[in-house]
Design a protein around this ligand. Structure first.
Ligand code: GLV
Ligand code: MG
Length: 318
């Protein structure tokens, strides 16, 4: 599994952003042909992206291209041209607005056809964006539809549009979504709720149950670092591998927040050591810092230690 703490979106029409993106520390870059590119720029964006993949030094980053959705006139030509002209520096194709397993099967069929036709040596992986009501309903069959599926991404902006949710800030909180304390109270507090909790949990659950990465949505207000940090921290604690980012200044924050802290690593190593001792003594459960540790603590600690190893190795590219 590759590192996916940060995944920078770069519009295919903004060639002036390419070099800066390549120099950044983002784990993954996705060059976009979809919603950040106007219809009359789709063809030139395709050409820009192909040149960029081939000619720019992207260092060790994983590279992905977000193509246009399955129900557009652009999808097949996007795939055909990308597979015909890009070098094997390309790692993945990202498919937006996936509604059902059928959309993934169509993508797999086209990618397999052109990989063969153009004699490509490297098999491309898929990143799937769950961002429609139907996509969320069908997320399990979508995840199982292709062996190339590597990650499920959450698209909050499109999901809001798809189901009629009233939000005007991409990936941020909705000030009006929450509960007011009972009227019997003197002072009634309003508690914000996260309207995307169900979607996030479902995507995380599905991705991690089927061995895929779970990637949280972009946070559109790039002047609000605190808001971005809160969203990233919450996603990390839920179990997400990372977040899509729409501005270079969000990269370092995401890399940091989706990495275990030094304290977490230290404690995980202590837990593993303590549990090893316990095992020698034939014990399954022990007390550690006043809390219970048992066999499941080993699994949790191993997750953290393995993540640290992956980070120390650098940005892993298949
Ligand atoms: C991302 O594509 C989104 O719709 O939030
Ligand atoms: Mg979207």
């Amino acid at each position: 599994m590759r590192l996916n703490r940060s995944e920078l979106a770069v519009p295919g029409s903004r060639t002036d952003f390419f070099e800066k993106a390549a120099r950044s520390e983002s784990d993954i870059i996705f060059l976009d042909l979809e919603d950040s590119v106007a219809v009359n720029e789709k063809k030139s964006a395709r050409k820009n992206i192909i040149e960029a993949i081939n000619d720019i030094n992207w260092k060790k980053k994983s590279l992905s291209i977000r193509i246009n959705a399955g129900d557009t006139i652009f999808m097949e030509d996007d795939i055909k041209e990308i597979l015909k002209f890009t070098s094997n520096k390309l790692d993945m194709i990202m498919l937006p607005k996936v509604n059902s397993a059928k959309d993934v099967l169509k993508l797999d069929k086209l990618v397999s056809k052109y990989e063969k036709k153009y004699n490509r040596k490297k098999r491309l992986g898929f990143e799937i964006i769950i961002e429609t009501g139907l996509g969320l309903i069908n997320v399990e069959s979508i995840a199982l539809a292709s062996k190339r599926n590597e990650a499920l991404h959450f698209g909050a902006a499109d999901l809001a549009a798809s189901i009629g949710a009233r939000v005007n800030n991409i990936g941020g909180v909705n000030e009006s979504y929450g509960v007011l304390e009972n009227k019997l109270k003197n002072k009634r507090n309003f508690f914000l709720n996260d309207m995307w909790h169900y979607a996030l949990f479902k995507i995380l659950l599905t991705a991690h149950s089927f061995g895929m990465r779970a990637v949280d949505c972009p946070f559109g207000d790039f002047s609000d670092n605190l808001g971005f940090k809160a969203a990233a921290k919450s996603a990390y604690n839920m179990g997400f591998d990372g977040k899509m980012v729409i501005h270079p200044k969000q990269i370092d924050i995401a890399n940091k927040l989706f990495s275990p802290t030094n304290e977490e690593i230290k404690e995980a190593k202590q837990i593993l050591a303590q549990m090893k001792l316990a095992e020698k003594k034939g014990k399954g459960a022990i007390a550690f810092k006043g809390k219970l540790l048992d066999i499941v603590s080993i699994k949790q600690a191993k997750n953290i230690v393995e993540m640290e190893k992956k980070i120390l190795k650098g940005i892993y590219k298949k």
